[in-house]
Design a protein around this ligand. Sequence first.
Ligand code: KG4
Ligand code: ZN
Length: 334
Amino acid sequence: MPVHILAIESSCDETSAAVLTDGKVLSNIIANQTVHEQYGGVVPELASRAHQENIVPVVDMALKQAGVDRSELSAIAFTQSPGLIGSLLVGSCFAKAMALALNIPLIAVHHMQAHVLANFIADPKPSFPFLCLTVSGGHTQIVRCDSPLSMQVIGETLDDAAGEAFDKSAKLLGLPYPGGPLIDKYAKEGYAARFKFPEPQIPGLNFSFSGLKTAILYFLQEHQQKDPGFVQANLADICASVQERIVSILLHKLVKASRETGIQQIAIAGGVSANSGLRNALQQYGEKYGWQTYIPKFEYCTDNAAMIAMTAWYKYLAGDFAGLEAGVSARAGF
Ligand code: KG4
Ligand code: ZN
């Protein structure tokens, strides 16, 4: 009998459901919440309400697109942590209720582990051990992966995440939230060597992005004092220069991690891995250092339930199920 898993992701502002059959993703539906744009960031209470509105149609659509009836489901997975508590609760309560009604097991999934395992949704897949740079709106980590369910964080940000560095820089430039994709868009037409932003000297494999944000703020203040139209006239070059610095901070630490561990299988994951500058740089560094590199398909980089389903598949095979009492947590630890 085939194993069908329904997975639900609701950790932040995307409501997503996916169906996976015997390790293969058959559907991945994502409902984006646009309500937050006007506030310049995700408003937790509004996110929870939108999840409540979206979850039934999104799950229905995922089952329909996969051609799987809910009576055929073998297990239901949900994102347990980290994330916004109210948002996580909507997905976990829905998953628990459905698992209880269908009398099937429940699987609790760690969102950051799932971002890493997005690299296993399509071929070619990394072999173990590999390093994964997970870069999202809330996290920036270098993870050493020895098996699908055995991961260790060997470097992480001490302050802002890479996604936040993109979004906060964009905000300083007057761009709407989330600004990361917009910086990427304008950077394509800009000259990255035009402005030089500092690279922080953080020991070991950890990152820091708060100094960069301050440097950009002072840089803009200085130029705008002389010319109020400075940002408008130079937007593409500023975006390209900011992107170049964020990407080089990430890649320099990845080079260090590869040297220290001797691992040359290198993957990236998380929302920021959708960034074209980062994707290109990874290919170039890969050629230079002899790495084998892996980047998930675009739709599996930002938050999605397919990666939750993929992780749940490995947990299903390992018999790692959760009870109905399983809680949710905002915290990030594996
Ligand atoms: O993984 P994700 O979808 O959600 C979290 O778990 O945080 O990541 C969202 C982050 C946001 O900061 C967004 O600006 C950033 O990923 N992002 C990008 C791009 N696409 C998404 N940053 C730079 N360039 C992009 N193309
Ligand atoms: Zn994420």
